[in-house]
Design a binder for this molecule. Sequence first.
Ligand SMILES: C[S@@+](CC[C@H](N)C(=O)[O-])C[C@H]1O[C@@H](n2cnc3c(N)ncnc32)[C@H](O)[C@@H]1O
Length: 257
Amino acid sequence: MLVSSEDFYAQYYDILYSHRNVKSEVDFLEKVFQKHAKRSVKKILDVGCGTGIHSVELARRGYSVLGVDASKVMIERAREKAKDIDNVSFMVADARHLKLPEKYDAAIAMYGVISYFTTDEDALDFLKSIRESLESGSIFVFDTWNMLGVLEKRVYYETPSTHVRKYGSLIALKEESWRLNVLSQTSTAEISWSVIDLKSGVIDTASHTLVLRLFTPRELKHLLRESGFEVVTMFEDYTCKPITESSSELVVVARAV
Ligand SMILES: C[S@@+](CC[C@H](N)C(=O)[O-])C[C@H]1O[C@@H](n2cnc3c(N)ncnc32)[C@H](O)[C@@H]1O
């Protein structure tokens, strides 16, 4: 059955991305908070939280967490997963215009949330809105694509790829192709998913086009400074490897000034 990509992601997101090591990503976050925050971290804002995979893990570790996402169906899924956990809540909101009643000690925006904001205005609104939701000295961690590294591997990224993953009785097939738009520093990704349930014989499919912004490290420093943050450090992944010009991804650790 062909389903809308939003419904498809809400239903299958955790399965499609179950190869991610969320526990070790959250270990990384805790290490960064301990090392770099200038305040004790108790309340965390998870921006673009999706189905709440980090919110739930952080709440299990004792933090009080608010997850926000623009997608109602993703938030419904997150609420369902967290229904037995007291110290986490979820809200449908546009991350560019958050008006939260309280301030947080840390924020995260994991798995390329900032890449959805393809204009400088939207990226600045996103960063400023997060800054306004944080106390001074709070840490903000997010990840995104590095324009420099992606450009270096352009042929690799622009070659259509197919990935097959198996989860229990489900087989997920992902077909993806990217087209880089170098002057606008964006990539247009065409993505198709098919999930086949070998037990029931049901096949769900979804396709969508995603335009992602590719930032350079220097641009991010500038945008963060304009929004009231200082950059503490940038890594190329969640194992704390320092960035190089070839890194395809950036994990940015910033502090609210
Ligand atoms: C790739 S998913 C990442 C989800 C989650 N952070 C994770 O690590 O799995 C990006 C999320 O950003 C959300 N998003 C996109 N634009 C948004 C906006 N303007 N405000 C809030 N959330 C947004 C999408 O709905 C989606 O759930």
